[in-house]
Write a protein that binds this ligand. Sequence first.
Ligand SMILES: [Zn+2]
Ligand SMILES: [Zn+2]
Length: 280
Amino acid sequence: MIDYHIHLENGPYTLEWLEEFWRQAQKQGIREIGITEHCHKFSEFYPMFAPLTEGEGSYQYMRDWITQDFQHDLAQYIELLLNARSAGIPVKIGLELDYLSGMESVARRIIDQYPFDFILGSVHVIGKWGFDFAPDVWEGRDVNQAYLDYYATLDQAVDSGLFDIAAHFDLIKVWGQRPDHTLIPALEALVEGILAKVAANQLSLELSSAGWRKPVGEQYPACIIIQRAADMQIPVTFASDAHYPWDVGADWKRLTEIAGRYGYQEYSVYTNRQRISVPL
Ligand SMILES: [Zn+2]
Ligand SMILES: [Zn+2]
């Protein structure tokens, strides 16, 4: 088994800290870990996010966050992961890259300079609204519109050519807000179209246990999405989205049971942004 979504951000970027994640992985029966730090930990990505703090639609939460983040150096992060590999840890060099509409070429210029094994594609920001920071950023927001806008952004993201894996596909549900029933057919049609692009662009779909640790209490993505992905023969990866060592490999057996229910018999692993399938 793999865990292809892990963050080091709550500790120092050192081999000792990374080894704690690997120790937990071994305990859980994980054979390969993918470290996927958020792009906004690195100063290189600041120009991509700076416009979110200015002009119409910008808000204080985003300004505060942007002044605190972007403290690390991307080259040093890569070096740490290469050192870990030299020390015998089976680690893949990943990145969780935010999709920000209009910033595709800025992102591409940065990621093309480094030897990534895979890039996770995430939508955490709709326009200038970072919807997953905290539940209170939803105050005064129209939930139906948020769902529609989220999937419109995800649709662009999977078509951007930036990513290998679509991470937490239905993250918009994170705090437990749900759209009206009357909106479901429209959302299903949107999701169907996005999955078709995931398939056409040969991305993998991430199956993530992180949602079980969030207010929504459900894996990402929902079973109905996994079922449609299986119908379209979209390959999958497995992920915990661990932000601390103790969450590495969390609930992976439960994820594989769900995948098996829909006929999945293999999953994707990546090297130098090339995908191969291995048996489940
Ligand atoms: Zn994320
Ligand atoms: Zn993450």
